[in-house]
Design a protein around this ligand. Structure first.
Ligand SMILES: C[S@@+](CC[C@H](N)C(=O)[O-])C[C@H]1O[C@@H](n2cnc3c(N)ncnc32)[C@H](O)[C@@H]1O
Length: 219
């Protein structure tokens, strides 16, 4: 997958790219490119934002700046999906991650300040995605959330000891929550591991996990 992120803070992604799973797939199944709006802005002195028409607090990311960034990289609005990260978008969930992970190319647009000039969302982006019903200061964390969630779904992201198939929200668990996990010691401060997990009876363990998953998943 080629995943392009447009941001005002490309250096913020340094940590993410050094960690698994992103580091495992970088240069293999993931080609992650970071672009700074300031590098292609047609305005002087690296300007990217402006006062909102109608007045009010804060600055707004300009449509001509984002259009120039897309022109510089793709020669216009690309054919592939361009996702504006905005609290007003469709809320990200695992089915959306699975759907997007099937794309060969994706572009993420992040904003800061008061957000995007609305024409960016309506004319330059094909999708608008929110990572949840709360406000963050910029689109970098939402973009990183999406990069991480997508990277997990790419070939080579997870080691053989990790399961990318049986996890909360996965099809394997009917979109429900995962069962609880325990590891050594079997007893700590009087808190014991459920006997069934120590029984070695894989059929019973499987059954217990299914029940646990069902009981913690919303109906
Ligand atoms: C401070 S927010 C702007 C909030 C906007 N004024 C509003 O009330 O909806 C600045 C930028 O951070 C990003 N952002 C903040 N919260 C987000 C969320 N929950 N999901 C996706 N992006 C978010 C978006 O790119 C947004 O344009």
């Amino acid at each position: 997958m080629q995943l392009d992120v447009f941001t005002l803070l490309p250096h913020a992604f340094g940590w993410l790219t050094e960690q698994r799973p992103v580091s495992s797939v970088l240069g293999r199944s993931l080609d992650l490119r970071l672009f700074n709006y300031r590098d292609s802005t047609p305005l002087r002195a690296g300007q990217v934002d402006d006062d909102p028409y109608g007045g009010g607090a804060g600055m707004v990311l300009r449509v001509d700046v984002v259009a120039a960034a897309l022109d510089a990289v793709y020669g216009g609005v690309p054919e592939h999906r361009v996702i504006a990260l905005t609290p007003q978008g469709r809320q990200l969930d695992q089915p959306t991650v699975e759907e997007l992970a099937g794309e060969e190319r994706l572009t993420l647009l992040s904003s800061r300040f008061e957000g995007f000039d609305e024409r960016i969302v309506t004319h330059l982006a094909s999708d608008a995605v929110s990572i949840g019903p709360y406000i963050l200061s910029g689109g970098e964390l939402p973009a990183m959330v999406m990069v991480d969630a997508l990277a997990r779904r790419l070939p080579g992201a997870l080691g053989s000891e990790e399961s990318g198939l049986v996890e909360s929200f996965s099809v394997a668990l009917d979109g429900g929550l995962e069962y609880p996990h325990y590891t050594r010691p079997p007893e700590f401060r009087g808190w014991s591991v459920p006997d069934v997990l120590l029984s070695g009876d894989h059929g019973r363990i499987e059954q217990w996990r299914r029940e646990q998953s069902l009981s913690r998943s919303p109906a």
